[in-house]
Design a protein around this ligand. Structure first.
Ligand SMILES: Nc1nc2c(ncn2[C@@H]2O[C@H](COP(=O)(O)OP(=O)(O)OP(=O)(O)O)[C@@H](O)[C@H]2O)c(=O)[nH]1
Ligand SMILES: [Mg+2]
Length: 319
């Protein structure tokens, strides 16, 4: 199938395979229990498959679409063996995701002439914002881009310290103020400094503790407004970070945040430590916003550009 012909580096594949191992083992285990003793994909098997997909955090709506596609296929083929189920799932889910509106994600392209390019990173606490910022900054720096970080999560001192640690690790400048200071003011300083330094990219960390939607919306739009005083049309991107290990919670957060603010891309983290990786399939199907990155470990290189086909390929291949 041509979709799977897209070559990707064997190192990336290895990290992805390893990162998805728990999700995959759990999925395949449930699936083989569901089809035990059955050779043919019949209504019973489809019912069980539905349960397995939901239990794997794919989400109800996306699961129903998948089941419908497999039903149609079984109706056409008459005899579909359970041993083919994995391959069929892989094909049908890849097809489904290629039809959804989120498009094919590519990494952040930093356009020439938009200097500095500003990415604001949002998400609730603990999802992996700061870590993702560090990994992203590292990727940009590897490409020869000049990056400045802004410590806009002023809610607690440790948040600023953690971003500082990443700035040191990547060896790039950071702009920060004291804990409790106004995030919009930090963002303003960061952009001003980036302009002075002729930086290519600015990444702004934010606090995710504003559980009330209105507060969150007000806070983030204030940060944006103040940044626009320095660079018009900023932020160029709003990256929402979701913790994949929380499964359906991540899904809910995506719903809330996309309602509250103009999210332009998604990152799903911590896929390595969880069996809930199926949530990425549901998220890419249900949201029009592309999943751009996935986190598959705590290390500096453990952030991958998300590719639907590679993901599905890795998730459903037996080995
Ligand atoms: N295994 C694994 N751990 C991750 C990944 N991404 C982040 N983490 C870990 O998740 C924890 C929280 O990450 P942070 O980056 O501090 O999250 P945050 O959203 O900035 O959190 P707050 O600043 O408290 O709001 C840290 O221990 C990270 O090392 C990932 O892809 N895989
Ligand atoms: Mg943080």
């Amino acid at each position: 199938m041509s979709l799977f012909k897209k070559l990707f580096s064997s190192q990336k594949k290895e990290t992805l395979d390893k990162g998805l191992e728990k999700s995959k083992t759990s999925f395949l285990g449930k699936l083989s229990k569901a089809v035990a003793g059955k050779s043919k994909v019949d209504d019973d098997v489809l019912d069980d498959l539905e349960e397995v997909l939901v239990a794997s955090d794919v989400g109800v709506e996306t699961t129903l679409k998948i089941i419908k596609a497999i039903e149609a296929r079984v109706a056409k083929d008459k005899y579909v063996g359970t041993d083919e189920l994995n391959e069929i799932l892989r094909e049908e889910i890849a097809r489904l995701l290629s039809e959804t509106n989120s498009g094919d994600a590519t990494e952040f392209e930093i356009p020439k002439g938009k200097k500095p390019y500003v990415i604001m990173v949002v998400g609730v606490n603990g999802v992996g914002k700061t870590t993702t910022i560090g990994k992203l900054a590292y990727q940009f720096k590897q490409k020869g881009l000049k990056v400045v970080l802004g410590a806009g999560d002023t809610f607690r001192a440790a948040a600023i310290d953690q971003l500082q640690i990443w700035a040191d690790r990547v060896d790039i400048p950071i702009v920060k103020q004291q804990m409790g200071s106004d995030p919009a003011s930090v963002a303003f300083d960061t952009l001003s400094s980036a302009v002075t330094q002729d930086a290519d990219v600015v990444i702004i960390d934010t606090a995710g503790r504003l559980h009330n939607k209105i507060n969150l919306m007000n806070e983030l739009s204030k940060v944006s407004r103040v940044m626009q005083k320095v660079v018009p049309e900023t932020p160029h991107d709003v990256l929402l970070v979701l913790d994949g290990s929380t499964g359906q919670n991540a899904f809910e957060q995506a719903k809330q945040f996309t309602k509250a603010t103009n999210v332009t891309s998604l990152a799903v983290t911590k896929l390595d430590g969880t069996a809930k990786g199926g949530v990425v399939i549901g998220i890419s199907d249900q949201f029009k916003i592309p999943v751009k990155y996935i986190g598959v470990g705590e290390g500096i290189e453990d952030l991958q550009v998300f590719n639907k086909y590679e993901f599905v390929d890795s998730f459903f291949s037996k080995n």
